[in-house]
Design a protein around this ligand. Structure first.
Ligand SMILES: [Cu+2]
Length: 132
């Protein structure tokens, strides 16, 4: 076997190994969503305030306008109270661009989970996350 052929075989092996890793790291169906906290016009809302997601998807709540904000799921009304608690971030977020990310677990109980921003709940800063 000449050296060129051996080299090409080695290159092919590396390319195959890397592409396998990339495929394993990024399931084809997973999607990413961003929810703005505070609309561009300064309204105290989540935008969008209604989102439908699947297991494996990631939702990123991002500080946009009128902070502080947080993301608190209403566990009393949730299809799965433990998941609602796990997805909550009661800590206040202040800085523009700060994000809070949640990846929907594979064993998530489907249904609609309602959440709110605790300082702005009364102003209507409420959102819905529906897990399919
Ligand atoms: Cu808020």
């Amino acid at each position: 076997m000449n050296l060129t052929k051996r080299f090409l075989q080695a290159v092919f092996a590396v390319v195959f190994a890397v592409s396998t890793l990339v495929i394993a790291a990024a399931p084809a169906s997973a999607a990413s969503y961003t929810v703005k906290m505070g609309a561009d016009n300064g309204m105290l809302v989540f935008e969008p305030n209604n989102l439908e997601v699947s297991a494996g998807d990631t939702v990123s709540w991002a500080i946009n306008k009128m902070p502080p904000h947080n993301v608190v799921f209403d566990d009393a009304k949730a299809p799965d109270a433990a998941l609602a608690k796990a997805m909550s971030n009661t800590k206040m977020m202040f800085a523009a661009g700060d994000t809070y990310d949640v990846t929907i677990p594979a064993d998530a109980t489907p249904g609609t989970y309602t959440y709110f921003c605790s300082p702005h709940r009364g102003a209507g800063m409420i959102g819905k996350l529906t897990i399919k």
